[in-house]
Design a protein around this ligand. Structure first.
Ligand SMILES: NC(=O)c1ccc[n+]([C@@H]2O[C@H](COP(=O)([O-])OP(=O)(O)OC[C@H]3O[C@@H](n4cnc5c(N)ncnc54)[C@H](O)[C@@H]3O)[C@@H](O)[C@H]2O)c1
Length: 267
C-alpha cells in the first residue's frame, strides 16, 4: 500500500504504538485522524502530524461513527482504520470487579467491533481499504499474568480471522497485529519485573514497522506476531482440530454453506 494521499483513522493514537503509527503514516503522506480519550495528548499528536484530533471513547459506538464521519468530512473518505486503543486489565479473579471488567472488555473488544462497524460504509464507499486491529501476543498464547486481557485479545484474533474472507469480497483486508511487550505506558508498572525476568521489551518503532508491513502486504484474516529478534510474520495457527467425517477425514469447505461465498483454504 502506498500511503500517499490515503486517509487513516487511528484509535488510541495519543500515545505509544498508535502515536508512533500516526507519525509514520503522516510522514508517508497520509492524512490522519487521531482518535483517543486523552485530549491533550491527542491534540498534540494531531498538530505534530498535520492531522485532526477527535475525542473518541471506543466503548461508545457513536464515538467511532463520529470519528469516521470526521475523516470523510475533513479528508474526503477513509482508506485505513487502525483499531488500536487498549488497556491492560490490572486485576484477576482474586480481586474481580465487574465494572472494571466491563471497562476492559468495552475498550479492548467492543471498541474493535464498533470500529469495524463504523468504518465499513466509508471503506466500501472507496471500493475497499484496510482494517488493522491491535491484538496482542496474549491473543495467541496463554497469558497467566492477565487472563482477562488474553480473553479479549484472543476474541479480537477470532474476529479478524472470521471477518477476513467476508470482507475480502468487498476489497477490504482485515488483519490483526499481535505484539509482545513494547515500551509504552501500558507496561510501565511491570517493566522492571519484565526486564528482571529477562523478557525483551521492544521499542515502539519495531511495532510500527510491523504495522507498516501488515498494511502493505497482509492478506485477509492474517494475524501477525511481533517479537523482538525475529521478523514479523503471519501466525499460521498450525493443526487446528477442525471438523472430521465419521471415518476421520478432514472436512474442507470450499464454499461457505450459509452464504455460499468462497472460503479460503486453511494453512
Ligand atoms: N505495549 C505493549 O506491550 C503491548 C503489547 C501488545 C499489545 N498492545 C496493545 O497495543 C495497543 C496500544 O497500546 P500501547 O502499548 O500503545 O499503550 P498506551 O497506553 O501507550 O496507548 C493506548 C492508548 O489508548 C488510549 N485509550 C485508552 N482507553 C481508550 C478509550 N476508551 N477510547 C479511546 N482510546 C483509549 C489511551 O489514552 C492511549 O493513548 C493496545 O491495544 C494494547 O493492548 C500493547
Amino acid at each position: 500500500m502506498d500511503f500517499s494521499g490515503k486517509v487513516a483513522l487511528v484509535t488510541g493514537a495519543a500515545n505509544g504504538i498508535g502515536a508512533g503509527l500516526a507519525r509514520r503514516l503522516a510522514a508517508a503522506g497520509a492524512s490522519v485522524v487521531v482518535a483517543d480519550v486523552d485530549d491533550a495528548g491527542g491534540e498534540a499528536v494531531a498538530d505534530e502530524v498535520g492531522g485532526v484530533f477527535v475525542h473518541c471513547d471506543v466503548r461508545d459506538p457513536r464515538d467511532s461513527e463520529a470519528a469516521v464521519a470526521l475523516a470523510v468530512e475533513r479528508f474526503g473518505g477513509l482508506d485505513v482504520a487502525v483499531l488500536n486503543a487498549g488497556i491492560a486489565t490490572g486485576f484477576t479473579f482474586d480481586d474481580f470487579d465487574v465494572e472494571r471488567y466491563r471497562t476492559v472488555m468495552g475498550i479492548n473488544l467492543d471498541g474493535v467491533v464498533y470500529g469495524v462497524h463504523a468504518a465499513l460504509p466509508a471503506l466500501r464507499a472507496r471500493g475497499g481499504g484496510r482494517i488493522v486491529a491491535t491484538a496482542s501476543m496474549a491473543g495467541l498464547m496463554a497469558m497467566p499474568m492477565d487472563p482477562l486481557y488474553g480473553a479479549n485479545k484472543a476474541a479480537v484474533v477470532g474476529l479478524v480471522r472470521g471477518l477476513g474472507p467476508v470482507l475480502a469480497a468487498d476489497g477490504i483486508t482485515v488483519n490483526a497485529v499481535c505484539p509482545s511487550f513494547a515500551d509504552t505506558n501500558i507496561v510501565t508498572g511491570v517493566k522492571d519485573a519484565l526486564e528482571a525476568a529477562g523478557m525483551p521489551i521492544m521499542g515502539v518503532d519495531d511495532v510500527v514497522d510491523a504495522f507498516v508491513s501488515v498494511l502493505r502486504s497482509g492478506q485477509p484474516g492474517e494475524c501477525w506476531f511481533v517479537q523482538a529478534g525475529r521478523p514479523s510474520a503471519p501466525f499460521t495457527f498450525p493443526n487446528p482440530p477442525g471438523p472430521r467425517t465419521a471415518t476421520g477425514e478432514r472436512v474442507r469447505f470450499t464454499r461457505d454453506p450459509l452464504t455460499t461465498s468462497d472460503v479460503p483454504e486453511e494453512s
